[in-house]
Ligand binder design. Structure first.
Ligand code: CP
Length: 333
């Protein structure tokens, strides 16, 4: 069996708890073993990154391994992922060869492949990540795909654990206005992991900006199985009432997927209203503020909130390193 790490719901609550515990031990220096000694890990980036790329590269080094970074279309050949196509266009190499060549050199392959925001029905099925999974015989780590960003979600769960211990918390995932439609991987994975950890989750967004129905059904099931709850609301101000964790993220509407102009017209009325500011944070129960970064200041969140003592954005970013070391140590075993 290949130990892929593609989404948190492929793992049980106990396995996620074990990852958090291992990450805490890496962070405190209690464990310093080097399971990647003499091994290489490929990091394939179809899209830009600061945190994922730097934290993976450093994590691989700290585990004794070597990172091989590839950027299809930039530092490596453009890639075709569809089966059976006549490759007479702009794609130079097929993923089938790319993966099978790469795994002759490396022990693990990490992949970042965002949604293109063009075709909802196609992209929600993760065509590129699925092709990696199909052709690889070595473990694949999802470094953010169209639908999931499990490494970010695990760093977020670790951060909540550090701040509050094992108690379940009132967690708000709130949509925020942004000048262009963004993918849904981060909110999807945060909602899913929060439900798996048994938190009481509230998801706030304007009408028309719902998350994927199938994903929401999975979030509901996970919440029920793990002692949590899920509540959906379109009321931005009331959403903050009594919350202990506020997680801000913008995402595009799947109703207008592939039509950015229509999405932007729909969202324009939410500008300045769907922003995390001091007035909304004052309604919470002294909540911590979370965001995966990068973030547009004074668009998603005001300077006053992101620079406040309640903001834990740098802990989240640091925790990417520790949790990804725990993930790599687990799958290489
Ligand atoms: N949060 C996150 O994944 O950051 P990067 O896009 O910079 O990797």
């Amino acid at each position: 069996m290949i130990n892929n790490f593609l989404k948190t719901s492929d793992f049980s609550r106990d396995e996620l708890e074990e990852l958090i515990e291992t990450a805490l031990q890496f962070k405190s220096g209690k464990i310093a073993h080097k399971p990647l000694a003499g091994k290489s890990v490929a990091l394939v980036f179809f899209n830009p990154s600061l945190r994922t790329r730097a934290s993976m590269q450093v994590g691989i080094y700290e585990l004794g391994g070597n990172a091989v970074i590839l950027e299809p279309g930039n530092s490596s050949w453009t890639l075709e992922h569809r089966e059976g196509v006549v490759m007479d266009g702009d794609k130079t190499e097929h993923l089938k060869e790319f993966v099978r060549v790469l795994e002759r050199y490396v022990s693990v392959i990490g992949v970042r492949t965002f949604a293109n925001l063009k075709n909802w029905e196609e992209e929600r099925l993760e065509p590129i990540l699925s092709a990696f999974e199909k052709y690889a015989s070595k473990p694949i780590i999802n470094l953010e795909s169209a639908m999931h960003h499990p490494c970010q979600a695990m760093a977020d769960m670790l951060t909540i654990r550090e701040k509050f211990g094992r108690k379940k918390k009132k967690v708000l995932l709130t949509w925020a206005w942004h000048p262009k439609p963004l993918p849904m991987a981060v909110p999807n994975s945060f909602a899913l992991a929060s439900a798996q950890m048994g938190h009481d989750l509230r998801i706030a967004h304007p009408k028309g900006f719902e998350l994927d129905g199938e994903l929401l059904a999975e979030v509901e099931t996970q919440a029920k199985e793990n002692g949590g709850t899920v509540e959906l609301t379109n009321k931005i101000d009331e959403a903050f009432e009594d919350m202990e964790v506020v997680y801000a993220k913008s995402w595009g509407s799947y109703h207008h997927y592939g039509n950015a102009n229509q999405d932007l017209r729909e969202r324009q009325i939410y500008r300045d209203k769907w922003i995390v500011d001091e007035a909304k944070m004052a309604r919470t129960s002294d909540a911590i503020f979370m965001h995966c970064l990068p973030v547009r200041r004074n668009v998603i969140v005001t300077d006053a909130v992101i620079d406040s003592a309640n903001s834990v954005i740098f802990d989240e970013a640091e925790n990417r390193l520790h949790v990804q070391k725990a993930i790599m140590a687990k799958i290489i075993k």
